[in-house]
Design a protein around this ligand. Sequence first.
Ligand SMILES: [Ca+2]
Length: 90
Amino acid sequence: MRKTLLFAALSVATLATAPAAYAQSYEEQLAQLTERFKAADKDGDGKLTQKEAEDGGMTRLARFFSRVDTDGDGYVSFDQLKARLDAQNK
Ligand SMILES: [Ca+2]
C-alpha cells in the first residue's frame, strides 16, 4: 500500500515537472520553435546571432550555435534551426 502511494505521488510529480517539449507532436514543436525564433529575433531580420539566441532564452541554441549555423556565416536562419528539429524527428 505504501509503495502504491509512493508510486502515485511520483507519477504526479513527474507529470507536473515534465518539460514542455515532452510528448509534443512535430507540429507543436515547430509552432513553438517558430514562436521562440520570432521572439528572439529582436531586429526582425529573420536570422539570429548567438547573442540574440542567448538574450531570447534559447540557451541550447546559444550553446550549440556553431553546430546549428551549418554554413558558418555567424547567423542561424530559421531554416537551419528547423533542420535540427527535422533531424531530431527522423
Ligand atoms: Ca536577427
